[in-house]
Design a protein around this ligand. Structure first.
Ligand code: Z5A
Length: 228
């Protein structure tokens, strides 16, 4: 039996974002979910922030190299916003309009957590930039992967091998603990959109938890599921 997702009446696709701290397993889980959706013959687009479009990838290089940090928190936030503006206009909106399921590794909740809660950039400025860059666009579902900071950092360090930590990987343990709290608060404050997933388990178990959340929120009821 192949599960098929319901198309929205307009034919517009679905927008699913993944959030969480370092090494939470977002890329791993996005790949698993994309494979599952493709097997169900859903058109699927995988993308990421910062980046995801040629212009935004240039911004990604700037912020992850640490150059944005030198400009100060507000200017660094503007770089993320400029990247998002390009990414939304040239990749996300066109894909949604063509009926695709768009799976995005980080989106505006990362700005709220990293630049807002951790960087102390005023919420008014973040909201203003959000209005300009994405307008009314909102994820249909946000998966927030939650796990103890030490485990996430260990996973990230293992993957990195001997290479230098990037701009955010190099932050202190207390920064990463506050980040975890910021994401948990986003989940609590936005229960209609966000699901907090316990990511402290093997990758297949976490994938099962994500699928259950997605099925409960975005897939049709059993009566309308198409069998193939
Ligand atoms: N940022 C921001 O400040 N403001 C913004 O608005 C936006 C972003 C959009 C982008 O970094 C940085 O930009 C980010 C926030 C900031 N901070 N940092 N750093 P990035 O794109 O380079 O990295 P990331 O988004 O933080 O993701 P990540 O650290 O690369 O991790 P991940 O994608 O969540 O995890 P992964 O690559 O899937 O897994 C990490 C390793 O763990 C890997 O070796 C896996 O094989 C392994 N893994 C995965 N799952 C498991 C399980 N379940 N068990 C064991 N091992 C596992």
């Amino acid at each position: 039996m192949v599960e098929r997702a319901a198309q929205r009446p307009s034919g517009r696709g679905r927008f699913i974002t993944f959030e969480g701290g370092e090494g939470a397993g977002k890329s791993t889980q996005i790949k698993k979910l994309a494979d599952r959706l493709k097997a169900a013959r859903m058109r699927t687009v995988v993308t990421r922030e910062p980046g995801g479009s040629p212009g935004a990838e240039i911004m990604r290089h700037l912020v992850l190299s640490g150059m944005g940090k030198l400009l100060g928190p507000e200017a660094e936030t503007l770089l993320f916003a400029a990247a998002r503006d390009d990414h939304v206009r040239t990749v996300i909106e066109p894909a949604l309009n063509q009926g695709a399921w768009v799976l995005c590794d980080r989106f505006y909740d990362s700005t709220r957590a990293y630049q807002g809660s951790l960087g102390s950039v005023p919420l008014g400025l973040i909201n203003a930039m959000q209005r300009v860059t994405i307008g009314e666009l909102k994820p249909d579902l946000t998966i927030i992967l939650d796990l103890p900071v030490e485990i996430g950092l260990q996973r990230a360090a293992l993957r990195r091998g001997g290479s230098t930590p990037d701009r955010f990987e190099g932050e202190t343990l207390s920064f990463h603990q506050s980040l975890r709290e910021a994401f948990r608060k986003i989940a609590t404050d936005n229960p209609d959109r966000c699901v907090l997933i316990d990511a402290d388990a093997d990758a297949d178990t976490v994938a099962g938890r994500i699928w259950t959340a997605l099925r409960d929120r975005l897939l049709p009821t059993p009566a309308s599921v198409v069998s193939a």
